[in-house]
Write a new protein. Structure first.
Length: 340
């Protein structure tokens, strides 16, 4: 046995891949292909299997839809904060704008959900970007505070002027008709968004985004309009939120000022902290953990806020990098015995 060990040594599973290239997947065996594909397939197939696993649990089917909506917001927050350098707390504003536009298009113009959702996503993103445009020179806590004012202001204006149904909201919005349609629309949207943004941040435009985040003055000195890229980042994040808001309006068959709630601004931040910022997949994992916990603790009232605080404190103190970053590092350290 000792002689056999002398003829072998431990080698990391990703050694061959890392030696050949760090940016392009160049594999030479099924083992390396499996190594790369396994975590991605687990993530994709696991999400797509959830509606089937929850088929006899209608309450948790609705929770799954809420998880996907929070995941869209959390991905947008992660993208803005870790790739563009803008910490936005306007998630509730994105949701509310998307929900009201979809509800108005459906109730006033009679458009079906398959039309109102993409229109509300694009139109809502344009409106949010225009409103945030004067705030783009701000950074850090200043941009965060201003973005937090938008959902609070929108809710108070609708209530004070009694527009868009006032405190009663817009009733009679058409639903999806089938629970599986709603769930798979949201799940596929989350998967597509993660894939597209992962590709985007690896392209040249992603390098400019990171440059704006790290040193916007250096990027500006290179002749690049940093306001354009910040506006593009806000447009992408707000489009994700408006998509979630439009789906939420058709899911609840109602749109009201409660969709400007601060939960839509705070929970995405918590999910990003728990799941791991800068990964785009981590916030989805964080939502899969935090939203069900929130539902399980609903009977405890405000006590669930204390549980949230304990969870966040624990992650910040002991695993500040987040679950996804930690799991990725451990996965890349897997080893095997090879012949010398």
């Amino acid at each position: 046995m000792a002689s056999e060990k002398k003829d072998r040594r431990k080698e990391r599973l990703d050694r061959g891949i890392k030696v050949r290239t760090d940016g392009v997947y160049a594999v030479s065996s099924w083992l390396e292909m499996s190594y790369l594909l396994a975590p991605r397939l687990i993530f994709i197939l696991g999400l797509l299997a959830l509606p089937v696993l929850l088929y006899h649990l209608p309450y948790w089917q609705r929770v799954l839809s809420i998880i996907c909506i929070y995941a869209l917001l959390a991905i947008g927050f992660d993208f803005l904060a870790n790739y563009v350098g803008l910490v936005s707390l306007g998630g509730g504003f994105y949701i509310g704008v998307g929900a009201y536009i979809a509800a108005l298009l459906n109730t006033k113009l009679g458009l079906p959900p398959l039309v109102t959702i993409p229109v509300a996503t694009l139109l809502g993103a344009a409106i949010c970007t225009l409103l945030f445009l004067p705030c783009l020179p701000l950074r850090g806590v200043y941009f965060a505070i201003v973005s937090l004012m938008f959902p609070l202001l929108a809710a108070r204006v609708i209530e004070a002027f009694d527009i868009f149904g006032g405190t009663d909201g817009i009733l009679g919005v058409d639903g999806f008709g089938a629970a599986w349609m709603e769930q798979y629309l949201l799940l596929i949207s989350v998967l597509v968004v993660v894939f597209v943004l992962r590709r985007l941040v690896d392209e040249d435009v992603g390098l400019v985004f990171r440059g704006v985040k790290d040193n916007d003055q250096a990027v500006k000195a290179s002749g690049i309009n940093i306001t354009t890229y910040k506006a593009l980042g806000v447009c992408i994040a707000s489009a994700l939120g408006c998509l979630g808001g439009a789906c939420l309006a058709h899911s609840y068959m109602w749109a009201g000022i409660s969709q400007f709630a601060l939960d839509f601004s705070i929970i995405p931040i918590a999910a990003t902290v728990v799941g791991g910022g800068g990964t785009l997949i981590g916030p989805v994992l964080g939502c899969l953990i935090l939203v069900p916990i929130s539902e399980l603790l609903r009977d405890f009232g405000t006590l669930r806020i204390a549980v949230y605080a304990i969870i966040l404190t624990g992650f910040i103190v002991f695993k500040s990098e987040g679950i996804m970053v930690y799991a990725t590092r451990k996965y890349e350290q897997l080893e095997r015995w090879v012949q010398i």
